[in-house]
Design a protein around this ligand. Structure first.
Ligand code: NAG
Ligand code: NAG
Ligand code: NAG
Ligand code: NAG
Length: 403
């Protein structure tokens, strides 16, 4: 009945790396921008474009200690016939949640690395892993569930390495995996007004549907990736006199201010601090329209410098759409008077705030080239530390078993 020792060891090691793979991605750690790193290499333009299209670029930028396995334009043709969601799954296998420089690989033995595919929640126990094997100077990457006829992807060369943050390597072809290649049903159509009306946000749904321009922008974004903060009915009622006073343009802007063109799960919001831009940022040229998303324990607050609103309930949280009810109408500093904080808690510096951005900050000049000045967030290391401890405990248990 007892499982063999190696089997237990493997199970524990798998569990430990699984913990690390699923660990909340620290947005505050964003120091490098994969889109910028790959931009000069035209032979990877297709791979780079697809990282953005599938939003994996954001996921990569939010992480620390990561390896990206890039495939050149010719090799990317293998993905042409897949849907966008399936491409996201396949490409997420090309993002290893650990740092592998070329040297380390060429010296190292065989290993299995967890990938971002595990974080998608669709991978089964072992499907999120890529085996890295070395034979002489040849390094190959293969999944457990690769098609038998598939040739393993081989390491071609190192593209760019920033030890031990991000390593970008070229592999010869797309890594095959039956699970990642499986068709993904398109997300069920969501009626935004109905969704909001049913749960906490009827009044906000009314405001939104009455504003054609704002509604159109939000409705269009929701099928790609959207996080919407909807003020609860009481908050809309309290804000109504001020809302009525706004110009038509400002009404549109303030509604768009409640929408972020990216998907944040509640778990991600609860484990990250940082500045986020909004749909109003994109629509209002040269205006900031951003706010700080901060968490204390499980409470997530949105701080606009005018008011602080907090998430009270989840209306919907299913990739690519997150909708959260918030306690107060968000008032941007672009339209309302900034309220100075009474006792200034240690404010994150501007630089920190920028570094924390998940990937919408187009004002950032960060070339991705070793920006040593970018700080790491305060919260993220603590979170990572917890997960590392959990993993270490498991590994310690493994060693104890080895006895
Ligand atoms: C992948 O690695 C694991 C653990 O090292 C090993 O048990 C498994 O046989 C490997 N699979 C392949 C397809 O190489
Ligand atoms: C909102 O988007 C859906 C597609 O998700 C579409 O069917 C619907 O017509 C849109 N509504 C409006 C009012 O544009
Ligand atoms: C609306 O605007 C008027 C005129 O500018 C101002 O007197 C009034 O205080 C404003 N009301 C609110 C609720 O902001
Ligand atoms: C990353 O770089 C791309 C291209 O330069 C840019 O569009 C994007 O906004 C940047 N993302 C971040 C988080 O700075």
């Amino acid at each position: 009945m007892a499982r063999s020792r190696p089997a237990i060891l493997l199970a524990l090691a798998v569990a430990a790396t699984a913990l690390l793979a699923l660990a909340p991605a620290p947005a505050a750690a964003s120091k490098y921008n994969i889109t910028k790193i790959l931009a000069p290499y035209k032979e990877f333009s297709k791979f780079n474009a697809m990282l953005s299209e599938t939003r994996l670029a954001n996921d990569i930028n939010r992480r620390q200690t990561i390896t990206v396995l890039a495939v050149d334009n010719a090799g990317m043709a293998a993905l042409d016939h897949y849907s966008k969601q399936t491409r996201r799954h396949i490409l997420s296998l090309h993002v290893l949640v650990d740092y592998y420089g070329e040297k380390k690989l060429k010296k190292g033995g065989n290993t299995a690395s967890s990938t971002l595919f595990m974080a998608t929640g669709v991978a089964s126990e072992t499907a999120g892993y890529v085996n890295i094997t070395r034979k002489g100077s040849k390094i190959s990457f293969k999944t457990e569930d690769a098609d038998d006829t598939a040739k393993p992807a081989q390491l071609v060369k190192s593209i760019k390495e920033y030890p031990y943050d991000i390593s970008v390597l070229q592999v010869s072809s797309i890594i095959s995996s039956a699970e990642a290649e499986a068709p993904v049903p398109p997300p069920a159509p969501v009626d935004l007004v109905e969704l909001l009306s049913k749960k906490y946000c009827k009044s906000f749904a009314d405001l939104l549907s009455a504003n054609t321009e704002a509604f159109h922008a939000v409705n269009e974004t929701k099928d790609n990736a959207l996080t919407l903060f909807c003020p609860i009915d009481a908050a809309v009622a309290a804000f109504a006199p001020k809302y009525k006073n706004l110009t038509a343009k400002a009404k549109t802007a303030i509604l768009l201010y409640h929408a972020i063109p990216d998907y944040y799960s509640l778990q991600l919001l609860q484990s990250n601090n940082g500045v986020t831009t909004t749909l109003a940022t994109t629509s209002e040229n040269k205006k900031d329209y951003s706010y700080d998303v901060e968490n204390k324990g499980k409470t997530v607050t949105l701080q606009t410098k005018v008011i602080t609103s907090s998430i009270t309930n989840t209306v919907a949280d299913s990739e690519p759409l997150g909708v959260y009810a918030v306690s107060k109408f968000l008032q941007p500093k672009e339209l309302f008077k900034v309220v100075e904080a009474p006792a200034p808690a240690p404010e994150p510096s501007k630089k920190k705030a920028k570094a924390a951005d998940g990937g919408e900050d187009d004002s950032s000049d960060d070339s991705g080239a070793g920006d040593e000045t970018a700080d790491k967030g305060d919260a993220a290391p603590a979170v990572i530390a917890q997960w590392v401890t959990a993993a270490a405990t498991l590994l310690a248990a493994a060693f104890a078993l080895m006895g």
